[in-house]
Design a binder for this molecule. Structure first.
Ligand code: ARG
Length: 277
């Protein structure tokens, strides 16, 4: 516990030990439920990109568990939407769109089989799990709502444990999940795209995470905020500008960029493909 990276391990992001990923065996773009969706997926390329991400995560010492993708559920690769995990308990998702509802029972079964306590079966509100809700430290949950998750659901999600929930008003349709415009990097820092949030939420971000780094519109559109930080490495899609890299370097972080072009055809990238367990 003496070296500085272990000390920094107090943040939730740094605490990642195990994640779940779904190999893109049947990944396509067949319907449009967010503004980014369109184009034809090169399946070989998608598989290679997914492996690239998995390798980058494993390189940081994180164990990657996998679950098989079911044919006919092309978005199951975005497994971070399956629920929100906290202390080996998961609050299960309820998807906004019927196109993804079929994923729910599969996740429930996987969690049960893998010894993760499940809560939140059969509620009314919508909630898209790790896509809209992420911890910056074990006591602070950032909770996006608007397009995919309802504001009211977070009272129920609170059943996961003792932490404070910071509601985030999201105001741009292109940034439809919190993880498209906000990524915690450590307990004092996020990378985020300010125009995606109300003034109130921007103020909360700067108050609670004072080292936060605002990305440009170009970076936001390259899905740079769809990043996952493990210890001091920020794993993000290609497109992080020098200025952002320098700001991160000053905080002792380095950036690993992985090509996510195929998954961006569906409106997802690094963080969406990974569920923190
Ligand atoms: N096509 C998927 C959807 O619209 C992409 C999900 C991306 N996931 C995320 N956490 N942002 O549901």
């Amino acid at each position: 516990m003496s070296d500085s990276s272990e000390m920094a391990g107090k943040s939730a992001a740094h605490l990642i030990k195990r994640v779940l990923m779904v190999p893109p065996k049947h990944f396509t773009v067949e319907y449009t439920i967010n503004p980014w969706m369109g184009g034809v997926v090169d399946q070989k390329k998608a598989f290679a990109q997914w492996e690239g991400l998995k390798n980058a995560i494993e390189k940081e010492g994180v164990q990657v568990l996998t679950m098989d993708q079911t044919k006919g559920l092309p978005d199951q690769v975005f497994v971070c939407n399956s629920g929100l995990v906290y202390n080996n308990k998961v609050y299960l998702s309820r998807f906004r769109h019927k196109e993804r509802s079929g994923e729910q029972p599969l996740y429930l079964e996987w969690f049960k089989k893998n010894g993760i306590e499940t809560i939140g079966e059969g509620y009314e509100e919508v909630f898209e799990g790790g896509g809209d809700a992420v911890f910056s430290d074990p006591k602070t949950l950032w909770a996006g709502y608007g397009e995919r998750s309802s504001k009211n659901v977070y009272e129920k999600v609170q059943k996961l444990g003792t932490f404070e929930t910071v509601l985030c008003d999201m105001i741009l349709p292109n940034f439809y999940h919190l993880d498209t415009c906000f990524a915690p990097v450590d307990e004092n820092t996020a990378i985020y795209y300010p125009p995606a949030f109300s003034d109130r939420t921007n103020q909360e971000i700067l108050k609670r995470l004072p080292n936060s780094i605002a990305v440009s519109e170009k970076e936001a559109n390259a899905f740079v905020c769809n990043a996952i930080t493990i210890r001091n490495t920020v794993i993000s899609p290609i497109g992080v500008e020098e200025k952002t890299k320098k700001s991160l370097e000053k905080l002792g972080k380095s950036v690993t960029e992985v090509d996510m072009s195929e998954f961006m055809k569906s409106g997802g990238a690094c963080q969406c493909l990974v569920l923190r367990l």
